[in-house]
Design a protein around this ligand. Structure first.
Ligand SMILES: NC(=O)c1ccc[n+]([C@@H]2O[C@H](COP(=O)([O-])OP(=O)(O)OC[C@H]3O[C@@H](n4cnc5c(N)ncnc54)[C@H](O)[C@@H]3O)[C@@H](O)[C@H]2O)c1
Length: 414
């Protein structure tokens, strides 16, 4: 099998995590990195771990001439401009096979649609990185339950949550640059995971049709004066003027187009989960069978007493978004695998080396953006939206949430 040479645009948190995951994947190397913050360190890390000797490039276009696929791992507000440069590079002769983009594909449906058009216009294969659909804990559970599902019927309900104490970069907190708050940031995972759990065996990721959505967006912790000040001092974002939601929950109803059966996905996401660190929790309930996932339950625990804690400089070593560095701590032996990063890269490498799209395409990423934006609209309008109604669909197409416009104060403080 051909080795896929990857070029990364973005060398921050997710780029480092995915590079760690690459250590567990064959037939790929990190060959180029766009020169921004963290690029040198990431290049050294890749080299030390036998993933190649990445060259640093000052321009995205130049990077495109040295790789088979480009991965967009930069902040949400940079997506389109980078995709445009990639498409231009192809027009000018860069021999790229594919393009990868981290979630979310766009801050609005219009942006995500443009991403699809630019990628397809350049005849590129696509991989949308939604890691949770590649999580072995979910997929192994689904495999185990397929015989019961066949006899008893499909899942009725899936519940999916992703929560931590808040993001690590200023741009994430800024609703304008990020495209919203926690619903845009992590609701996209939870909505995708619900739909995945509910999808009958053998059907593709776009099989279930979203037919209705209800949702809430709230500001529970980071709008309080003490925490607003903390945000302003640490990240320079002003939640009095331009807040984003730190809590979101909702229900999407999906229809099986073959049987007409309606099933529900309930998502809950927050940036105020002041426990050990990131928790992804899900369950799926079918007739007579169920699955449950809680990523905070690890087979590995460590204990650090007060005296020894003074020596721990980096709490995040224990677990993504760790909040504590002492006491009884959950530690994951292999987080990159747990969250599905290794499996999503493996899927992309196998697909691109055959000249095919990955399992999750940009078109799929657009569908998830569409559902996330529909949820924002439902929360803003405080009603359940009929997603089969052409008027509603048309509105979602052009929609940009008040929160993403920086006008969320009335909604979130009322
Ligand atoms: N799948 C997941 O669970 C997951 C987790 C975290 C982040 N993400 C996604 O990954 C993306 C990046 O997030 P992150 O946490 O790594 O952010 P980050 O802030 O840690 O890193 C961003 C990187 O992009 C670079 N950058 C900034 N502006 C740029 C520009 N204009 N052009 C090119 N590069 C630029 C920065 O220098 C930095 O290297 C986001 O879209 C986010 O939603 C996904």
């Amino acid at each position: 099998m051909k080795t896929i040479k990857l070029g990364f645009v973005g060398s921050g948190f997710i780029a480092k995590f995915l590079t760690t995951a690459m250590i567990q994947v064959r037939n790929c190397e990190l060959s180029a990195i766009y020169k921004r913050n963290g690029a040198e360190e990431l290049a050294s890390y890749a080299k030390e771990n036998g993933l190649g000797d990445p060259k640093l490039f000052d321009s995205v276009k130049e990077l495109c001439n040295h790789v088979d696929a480009v991965a967009i791992f930069s902040p949400n507000f940079t997506r389109l401009a980078i995709m445009e440069e990639i498409a231009d590079a192809v027009k000018e002769g860069a021999e790229l096979t594919g393009v990868i983009c981290e979630k979310p594909l766009g801050r609005t449906v219009a942006e995500a649609r443009q991403m699809v058009e630019l990628a397809r216009g350049a005849e590129l294969k696509t991989a949308f990185f939604e890691n949770q659909l590649h999580m072995n804990v979910i997929n192994n559970a689904l495999d185990q339950l397929r015989p019961q599902q066949k006899v008893m019927g499909d899942f009725h309900l899936a519940r999916s949550t992703e929560e931590h104490a808040g993001p690590h970069s200023a741009w994430f907190w800024d609703p304008v640059r990020q495209g919203g708050g926690v619903l845009s940031d992590m609701g996209c995972h939870s909505i995708a995971a619900c739909r995945h759990i509910l999808t009958p065996e053998g059907k593709g990721p776009s099989f279930l049709q979203p037919v209705a959505v209800q949702a809430e967006t709230s500001l529970l912790k980071w709008g309080q004066p003490k925490y607003r000040k903390q945000l302003k001092d640490t990240y320079g974002v002003d939640y009095e003027e331009t807040p984003a939601e730190d809590f979101s929950t909702g229900i999407i109803t999906f229809k099986n187009p073959e049987t007409g059966q309606l099933v529900k996905g309930q998502f809950t996401d927050s940036w105020m989960y002041d426990k050990q660190g990131l928790r992804v929790a899900m369950d799926g309930l079918g007739p007579g069978y169920a699955l449950e996932v809680n990523t905070l339950i690890s087979p590995l625990e460590i204990f650090i007493g007060d005296e020894a804690a003074e020596g721990v400089a980096d709490a995040e070593k224990a677990l993504e978004k760790s909040t504590a560095s002492r006491g009884l701590l959950a530690v994951h032996p292999n987080e990159a695998d747990l969250y599905g990063y290794a499996a999503e890269i493996r899927d992309m490498v196998q697909a691109f080396s055959k000249g095919e799209d990955a399992k999750l395409t940009f078109e799929y990423g657009l569908e998830i953006t569409w559902m996330v934006q529909a949820a924002y609209m439902a929360a803003e309008q405080k009603k359940t939206l009929d997603l089969t109604d052409d008027i509603v669909k048309n509105e979602i197409e052009k929609y940009k949430s008040l929160i993403a416009q920086g006008k969320g104060a009335d909604l979130l403080y009322s």
